[in-house]
Design a protein around this ligand. Structure first.
Ligand code: PLP
Length: 422
């Protein structure tokens, strides 16, 4: 392992993060469990950053990929018709809730957001964009420009004039300690003030995550997107919902994160969970909006036969097994268990369904708990603007027994480090 780590460090850029003091190589997986190169087995509560939405080696997904592989065709270029692509687009268009929807497939969430920003700026004829503080939308020049987290803004060149709205949980910042009602009022005031004071020319869109993923699973009250959209509509500004982490039933209560807000966005972007590990992503929008890009836009690999074969199998499985409901049920076991804990190092437990964040009182405690979980056989994520959040996004087909098992490991790690302070 040491050998692979030192080879990794010699050949990969230093700014590319690897988890853990002693990073691990995962070599096999089955269900919600993975095995590392030393033969140690872990319960995976992070799923490759919410990407292995159905865990590992699910026969229905593996067989769909194998069937496509056996045709000999992994790629044909999207210049030819691709049956699996059309079928998946039909399903996503129907599920999106967006009327007369069109779907454009890409290979990553970054590209999906890039396409959404391209569509919005073309649609509105201006390069002013609204984004949210503490957001993460990708790693290209355009998506970094709308990413409101300095740690991830590796390149400062921006093609846009970006203005940031306040965001956040209620532990700090503008919304600290506010009731839902007051939060929504303050968010509206903030948006109106930003529009009046910091934007120039036509504003193309507001891009926002219904629950901020990289930002530490923080979110505002239900209805926040509706408050924003009401103001945006007064100005003809589009709302882009970045559903890269919140889509596919992840939040339990709803299929898409935006649905908690009683409003439909103009564009939505998706990635991660839809391919269960295959590179598959895209943007959805009303024909009149998505088609406002003038000229031809094309993706060599976007929506390729292999990825869309997997995407169809994943989506069918989620719907047939009502995994949205399973996410709500198993997520509640973890959330309720964590909320019932009394630990001096837990500042807040938040999230929905199987998108669960635990904010600790210091980055040191967060790292200590994170490492202990690994030692005891549980993989979770960490992050947030201040490095103080433990993040969990287990497979959507997690069993109740696995939910309890993971909760137990995390609980004992929190108790073990209950006295660690900043
Ligand atoms: N948007 C959100 C909300 C994300 O969490 C991510 C990745 O973590 C992205 C966009 C970028 O997706 P990708 O890494 O597939 O380019």
């Amino acid at each position: 392992m040491d050998d692979l780590l030192s080879r990794h460090r010699r050949v990969m850029p230093a700014w590319m993060p690897v988890y853990y003091d002693e990073p691990i190589e995962l070599v096999t997986g089955k269900g919600s469990r993975v095995t590392d190169s030393n033969g140690k087995i872990y319960l995976d509560f992070f799923g490759g950053v919410l990407t292995n939405s159905l865990g590992y080696d699910l026969p229905e997904v593996r067989e769909a990929i194998e069937r496509q592989l056996r045709t000999g065709i992994m790629h044909t270029s999207t210049l030819y018709l691709i049956r699996a692509q059309v079928e998946l687009a039909e399903k996503i268009a129907r599920l999106s809730g967006i009327p007369d929807a069109r779907v454009f497939f890409t290979n990553s969430g970054t590209e999906a957001n890039e396409a959404a920003l391209q569509v919005a700026t073309n649609n509105r004829g201006g390069n002013s964009i609204l984004a949210v503080r503490n957001s993460y939308h990708g790693r290209t020049a355009a998506t970094i420009a709308v990413t409101g987290n300095r740690a991830w803004s590796a390149s400062a060149l921006s093609p846009f004039n970006v203005s940031y709205l306040h965001s956040g949980d209620r532990l700090r910042g503008l919304f600290k300690g506010m009731s839902d009602e007051r939060y929504l009022e303050a968010a509206e005031e903030d948006l109106r003030e930003v529009l009046a004071t910091t934007t120039a020319g036509p504003v193309a869109c507001l891009i926002a995550e219904p629950i901020q993923g990289v930002g530490g699973f923080t979110h505002g009250p239900d209805g926040l997107l509706a408050v924003w959209k009401r103001v945006l509509d007064e100005h003809g500004i589009l709302l882009v919902s970045d559903e890269v982490q919140t889509g596919w039933g992840r939040t339990g209560a709803h299929f898409w994160g935006y649905q908690a807000h009683g409003v439909t966005p103009d564009l939505l972007t998706f990635a991660k969970g839809v391919g269960n590990g295959m590179a598959l992503a895209g943007v959805v929008g009303r024909a009149g909006v998505l088609e406002s890009v003038q000229g031809i836009s094309f993706s060599t690999f976007g929506g390729n036969p292999l990825a869309t074969a997997a995407g169809n199998a994943v989506l069918d499985y989620i719907l047939e097994h009502d995994l949205q409901e399973n996410a709500a049920r198993t997520g509640a076991i973890i959330l309720d268990g964590l909320r019932a804990l009394s630990s001096p190092i837990v500042a807040e437990v938040r999230g929905r369904g199987l998108m669960i964040g635990v904010e600790l009182t210091s980055a040191a405690a967060t790292t200590a708990v994170f490492e202990s979980c690994k030692r005891d056989g549980l993989l979770i994520g960490k992050g947030g603007l201040y490095g103080t959040t433990l993040r969990m996004g287990p497979p959507l087909n997690l069993t109740e027994a696995e939910a309890r098992e993971g909760l137990e490991i995390l609980t004992s790690a929190l108790h073990e480090h209950g006295t660690v302070s900043g």
